[in-house]
Ligand binder design. Sequence first.
Ligand code: DGL
Length: 215
Amino acid sequence: MKIGVFDSGVGGLSMANAIKKAFPQYEVIAREDRENLPYGTKTPEQLVNLVTPILEQMVEYGCDVIVIACNTVTTNIIGRLREAVSVPLVGLEPMVKPAANITKSKSIAVFATPATLASERYKYLKQNYCKNIAIFEPDCSDWASMIEGDRLQINKITKNVSDALQKQADVIVLGCTHYHWIEELISNIAGKKARVLQPEQAVVSRLRSVIEQLD
Ligand code: DGL
């Protein structure tokens, strides 16, 4: 079994690490598209043109299933990618529904790329699961590049987290896999005031059931 993991950059590597840990018996092949990063400022059309050929190569290379470890790609174009490639795709999206279930303050924060926040899928999640919940979406437009280049601007990160707390958010959703690398930093700034959610374990569970169906 070959499991492919795709993202624009280091977000995929954080997901690939979690997948390798959960499935040590399988080969995990991570592919990134660093040349075209950030994806978070691209249109759905641009994303389709960039991602489709890469997934086709991954299928040719023998991947039996591919994890789209990118919220931007999943929320904007996963349906179109599923039509284009012949293996199952496991995507991920901002954990708005779980956040809505656990918030006590009825206020959550979603940290994500501009393209994810603008996607129809994200709008659907908000409309369906967050009817009486305030959602704070700070500007994280340069975070993926900042994390990719390992040039963390602690003051920017601190500001967005502090602003979220100020708005009474008690759940912070990491809606971009690049941000998984700074989960600990965000959790430390939030302290006990907010829980930080990210989807690695949910993706592992979903992947497990897809693999069972393939076997
Ligand atoms: N890691 C990706 C995500 O989950 C996108 C980062 C980017 O290239 O903007 O959305």
